[in-house]
Design a binder for this molecule. Structure first.
Ligand SMILES: Nc1ncnc2c1ncn2[C@@H]1O[C@H](COP(=O)(O)OP(=O)(O)O)[C@@H](O)[C@H]1O
Ligand SMILES: [Mg+2]
Length: 341
């Protein structure tokens, strides 16, 4: 069964060499059951610390963390151990036991949970099949590729049938092709087992491919949050804009802009396209209505899990008042930003 994860006013600071290091500053977030939720942000933003409060590897200094109805941050001892079996974790560095076979790595949490030998065998075989490694059961981690190691890590995290999977930069140590395979596997975990997935990543492509929602963190705070497509198509903060721009080449950077300007000396505007609810050809309609011509000089449209979104930079050509009226009409139809001359 999938569960929600709720952070209520979570703050955390570390004592380090006699100084107080703030890591989380009043974070409140709700992850709906069954969602794939991504957390992005620069190094040191507090992403790992936030994730680690979900299975109480870190405890908030103040505030609470709930998985479903259960307040994880207040559990101790046996009740914490049993709650942790409902929360799987996947790590960047895989964290496999080097001296044990693939089979034994996956069986390890099942033995801790007290499962019988024959149930363990059945469950491990099922998991090996799910992650596509049935033929590697008796190999050791050192005999596997990075992507295979991470698939073992995911199988191990799923062993005790968790409701929530937390994943800290699971694909950061992998090459781009293997990254896609592992992301695909996380998506299948979510779809086929209904597991809520909370993942930290610095790859916005990963977010774009599989996330339902995304939060952007900076200095221990959540500075932006929403559906992946809304954060991509309309980022509000500087940090989110930089993250989005790093993967989507929808807006010209200063260098492209100076190339554009060598030829296109008219008024330039950026218009949002792609995520519209009708097929109204607003660009040609509005410019025609005002007797203005346009050139498309830059732009792109991308796909997220559930929608299309993009931006076009266009040059408007016509008499000054007609161009002004065109920009006003475009603003009524979509998001428009004028590009400084
Ligand atoms: N165990 C710790 N002891 C002291 N400081 C820590 C510890 N863990 C994290 N921090 C500090 O907390 C802040 C957030 O760290 P972290 O959650 O790892 O960020 P991120 O995962 O976004 O890179 C950083 O300033 C980091 O140095
Ligand atoms: Mg981290």
């Amino acid at each position: 069964m999938s569960q929600s994860v709720t952070f209520e006013c979570v703050s955390k600071s570390f004592e380090h060499r006699g100084r107080t290091v703030p890591a989380l500053d009043d974070v409140s977030l709700t992850i709906d059951p069954g969602d794939i939720y991504a957390i992005v942000g620069y190094s040191g933003a507090g992403k790992s610390t936030l994730l680690r409060t979900v299975n109480a590897l870190e405890r908030p200094t103040t505030g609470s963390v709930f998985v479903g109805e259960k307040e994880i941050s207040s559990l101790r001892g046996k009740s914490l151990l049993s709650a942790r079996q409902r929360i799987g974790m996947v790590f960047q560095q895989f964290n496999l036991l080097r001296s044990r076979t693939v089979y034994k790595n996956i069986a390890y949490p099942l033995r801790l949970a007290g499962l019988s030998e024959s149930d363990t065998i059945d469950r491990v075989e099922e998991l090996l099949d799910f992650v596509g490694l049935s033929d590697k059961a008796l190999q050791y981690p050192s005999q596997l590729s990075g992507g295979q190691k991470q698939r073992v890590g995911i199988a191990r995290a799923l062993a005790t049938r968790p409701d929530v999977l937390i994943s800290d930069e699971a694909t950061s140590a992998l090459d781009p092709e293997t990254t896609l395979e592992v992301l695909d596997l996380l998506k299948r975990v979510n779809e086929e087992y209904g597991v809520t997935v909370l993942m930290v990543t610095h790859e916005m492509d990963a977010v774009r491919e599989i996330a339902d929602k995304v939060a952007v963190m900076q200095s221990g705070r959540v500075i932006e949050e929403g559906s992946a497509s809304s954060v991509f198509s309309d980022p509000q903060t500087g940090t989110a804009k930089r993250f989005v721009a790093s993967v989507l080449r929808h807006r010209p950077d200063p260098r492209s802009l100076s190339t554009i300007r060598k030829v296109h000396t008219g008024r330039l505007v950026e218009v949002r396209v792609g995520d519209r609810e009708s097929n109204d050809p607003f660009l040609s309609r509005i410019t025609r209505e005002h007797g203005v011509d346009f050139n498309i000089v830059y732009g792109g449209v991308s796909e997220s899990k559930d929608s299309l979104f993009g931006r076009l930079t266009i040059e408007l050509l016509g008499a000054g008042p007609d161009v002004d009226a065109t920009i006003a009409a475009l603003r009524r139809a979509t998001d428009v930003e004028e590009v400084a001359a």
